[in-house]
Design a protein around this ligand. Structure first.
Ligand SMILES: NC(=O)c1ccc[n+]([C@@H]2O[C@H](COP(=O)([O-])OP(=O)(O)OC[C@H]3O[C@@H](n4cnc5c(N)ncnc54)[C@H](OP(=O)(O)O)[C@@H]3O)[C@@H](O)[C@H]2O)c1
Length: 220
């Protein structure tokens, strides 16, 4: 599947692009600069010789023309980015992985936006798209280490069940990831906010924490 990644030149987007390509998708790195997207694509291909990663590179509008589109910009650029691409994103599954956070010294602070979460804010800007929220807690470094499984649960939410299913299929194909469906897009608020806890754990324990829930049987 062709999967566009808006803001795909950052650590999260580029790691996601490499990982999706490694499992047979055709990610397209999007950027405000098509040249920057191409540079990042070339770096990834050079980083993983022999894997023949099929990664595209375009400006954000080019990435938004894909079948499914991921928002991987900082939270404060997400709404404006998708607003400009409203026509391209109409009717599509749009997956937000953006977290609304601020760092105050060594303290990570979750931010509550006027509509709650970044994902709900994106849905408000794109009423004709099917917004889901996913992958907020996946550390970019582990996501991009293609020789290793990711070893994390990923919480997915969204108001359109079919869009959640598409998202679950894409994310669930990442080796080591177990997808957990938490229903309504309203749950994006606590999911995004919890990222501040993980980042605080990273600082405290000098690590990159991910999440695993107990008590949930694996799907058959
Ligand atoms: N890093 C992680 O481990 C991780 C894990 C899970 C989720 N996330 C979330 O994923 C998102 C991206 O994370 P990141 O660490 O990759 O972020 P980032 O490096 O700060 O930003 C990603 C890309 O977004 C573009 N961008 C920057 N400011 C923008 C703006 N105002 N408007 C539009 N585009 C802008 C830039 O690309 P161009 O300049 O090329 O356009 C940049 O390379 C964040 O919301 C973060 O909370 C991050």
């Amino acid at each position: 599947m062709r999967i566009g990644i808006l803001g795909g030149t950052g650590p999260a987007g580029r790691s996601l692009a490499a990982r999706l390509a490694s499992v047979g998708h055709e990610p397209v790195i999007g950027s405000r600069s098509a040249e920057r997207a191409a540079e990042v694509r070339d770096e990834l291909v050079a980083q993983w010789p022999g894997r023949e990663l099929n990664i595209g590179a375009e400006d954000n509008a080019g990435a938004a023309s894909c079948e499914v589109v991921v928002v991987a910009t900082p939270w404060d650029g997400a709404e404006d980015t998708v607003r400009e691409l409203k026509a391209e994103l109409e009717g599509k599954v749009v997956i937000s992985m953006a977290n609304a956070l601020a760092r105050l010294g060594k303290v990570f602070q979750p931010l509550t936006l006027p509509r709650g979460s970044v994902a709900v804010s994106i849905q408000a800007v794109l009423p004709g798209s099917r917004v889901t929220a996913a992958m907020h807690h996946l550390p970019a470094k582990e996501l991009g280490e293609l020789d290793h499984d990711v070893e994390s649960d990923v919480l997915i939410c969204g108001d359109d069940p079919a869009a959640r299913k598409v998202t679950a299929e894409i994310v669930g194909a990442i080796p080591g990831v177990r997808v957990l469906d938490v229903g309504s897009l309203a749950n994006a608020l606590p999911i995004e906010a919890f990222t501040a806890v993980l980042l605080q754990l990273n600082v405290r324990y000098k690590t990159r924490a991910a999440i695993r829930f107990t008590g949930i049987p694996d799907p058959e």
